[in-house]
Design a protein around this ligand. Structure first.
Ligand code: NAD
Length: 495
């Protein structure tokens, strides 16, 4: 059986640990590889290599660093199909979706290529007579990324291209469920000319995460995953004196007002609810239908559902693949039962339409008349289960979103520009879509939620990513000027 190894100091290594985790093919249900699971000694080896490489990389000129970024961009761009195949094989998502994931990650690399412009500081001359002042941003040192299974290449790319461009060294701890693509990425960095040790990959579980959080030489940690672990990583990492940004789970609402284009809203709901089998942190999981929009919307969605082609993600005509593991598939399926017991109406039951075989498949599921007290409303299900809540007014719809403990993405569908504008100010969420169901910001803005969807102060990538991976310094300088030089024991004041 193939073994997926760590990548430390420019080479694959099995490391010190003997524990291994299974890597599945979700479409067939068969184990296809095993991944090494790090012990603290492996994390330490990666951090030691990163700390040594940081010395040279942080001193490398902006133009040389940028050249590596451009070369990396070219290599990823040339290998989109191959990278997408590796992702699809272990995650299960369909190839077109995996290609989209690589593309969105690539956009962050392209953003990072503009680093010389993005790192420019401010300069004020003559702040006092003969005194000039300027600000610079310096890298932090060794930064770590801990990432989830659902975007095994894109989410790490929210982090490492920006961190590395800023002059840091990076240790990635990807999800142990779909780890292979990280080694491919590491090899591309090497081919692009990145010095060994600047980018490292350590595979593992909680043991590896805890070793990262405790390691004294790691300056900053970026985490993306579920809310309980995000909270844990934030609290543990900050207690150890690290800078931490920890993005958590979500329960994203899509509000459909009575004046909305119902066909457009139904297309959007099906795409955003079931794309990637609902395993997206920006997936729409709750539709909030206002007034008479509900019956029309439900009818339009039900027309579309039988046409969704569920199958192996590597088959070109599949539109929705399997879930990532059997355990996760069974957990998602249990919510259909739970919803029914709680009083929701199961309009379409994915347990009845999943393809035959041992793959971790679940068909599309639609639950109507879901109410906020139900677990199917409260919990992040993270599968192809879309709930519908019916309310009478716009105000009720906004209250539902604002009272929800998560605040990642939200969308409103309407033809009324005034209401949409009011909504963007009234709603408590980090990313808002107006007739756009999955409002993931482009790479030159930053991505992040509010409330339990983000612990920390700064969002990822874009300008806030630059801020996260650098620290500010302000230099106040005076050069000897024979005309003004004299001894002065007074408190410095502007003159
Ligand atoms: P997860 O929280 O189980 O795992 C994320 C990372 O934490 C993995 O690297 C994993 O190895 C590690 N981990 C797991 N259990 C741990 C523990 N007990 N202690 C320490 N580390 C642990 O998340 P997942 O199932 O891989 O991914 C799905 C979740 O990620 C969903 O909740 C989804 O909403 C969220 N997510 C959020 C965003 C966002 O931008 N907010 C983006 C993608 C995914």
């Amino acid at each position: 059986m193939r073994t997926i190894e760590h990548w430390i100091d420019g080479a694959a290594t099995a490391g010190a640990g003997t524990r291994r985790g299974p890597v599945w093919n979700p479409a067939t249900g068969a184990q296809q590889a095993e991944v090494v699971l790090a012990e603290p000694a492996d994390v330490d080896a990666a951090v030691t290599a990163a700390a040594a490489a940081y010395e040279g990389w942080s001193q490398t000129s902006l133009s040389r660093r940028t050249k590596v970024l451009f070369a990396f961009r070219e290599l990823v761009n040339a290998r989109i199909d191959e990278l997408a195949g590796v992702v699809s094989d272990e995650h299960g998502k369909v190839l077109s979706d995996a290609r989209g994931e690589v593309q969105r990650g690539l956009e962050v690399v392209e953003f990072a290529c503009g680093l010389p412009t993005l790192l420019k500081g401010d300069y004020s001359d003559q702040v006092s007579t003969g005194v000039d002042l300027y600000s610079i941003r310096e890298p932090l040192g060794v930064c770590a990324g801990i990432t989830p299974f659902n975007f095994p290449i894109m989410v790490p790319m929210w982090m490492h291209p920006v961190a590395i461009a800023c002059g840091n060294a990076f240790v990635l701890k990807p999800s142990e469920r779909d780890p292979s693509v990280s080694e491919v990425v590491a090899r591309l960095w090497q081919e692009a000319g990145l010095p060994d040790g600047v980018f490292n990959v350590v595979h593992g579980d909680k043991v590896a995460v805890d070793a990262v959080l405790e390691h004294p030489e790691i300056a900053a940690v970026s985490f993306v995953g579920s809310t309980p672990i995000a909270r844990y990583v934030y609290e543990t990492g900050t207690k150890a004196g690290k800078r931490v940004q920890a993005l958590g789970g979500a329960k994203n609402h899509m509000i459909v007002l009575p004046d909305a284009d119902i066909e457009m809203a139904a297309d959007a709901a099906v795409g955003a609810g079931y794309g990637s089998a609902g395993e997206r942190c920006m997936a729409v999981s709750m539709l909030v239908a206002v007034g008479h929009a509900a019956d029309d919307l439900v009818g339009a969605i039900q027309e579309r559902l039988p046409k969704v082609k569920v199958g192996n993600g590597l088959e070109p005509d599949s539109e929705m693949g399997p879930l990532v593991t059997r355990e996760h598939r069974d957990k998602v399926a249990s919510y259909i039962e739970k919803g029914s017991e709680e009083g929701a109406k199961v309009l379409t039951d994915g347990r009845e339409t999943a393809p035959d075989g041992n793959g971790f498949f679940l068909g599309v599921t639609l639950l109507d008349e879901v109410t906020p007290e139900m677990d199917v409303y409260k919990d992040e299900i993270f599968g192809p289960v879309l709930g519908i809540t019916r309310v009478d007014t716009y105000e009720e719809a906004v209250r539902l979103v604002n009272e929800n403990p998560y605040g990642n993405g939200v969308a409103i569908f309407t033809r009324d520009g005034g209401v949409a504008r009011q909504f963007q100010f009234e709603v408590n969420a980090g990313m808002v879509g107006v007739n756009v169901p999955i409002p993931v910001p482009v790479a030159y803005y930053s991505f992040g939620g509010w409330k339990n969807s983000l612990f920390g102060d700064l969002h990822v990538y874009g300008p806030e990513g630059i801020q996260f991976y650098t620290q500010g310094k302000v230099v106040t300088s005076r050069w000897p000027d024979p005309a003004t030089s004299k001894v002065d024991l007074g408190f410095p004041q502007t003159r």
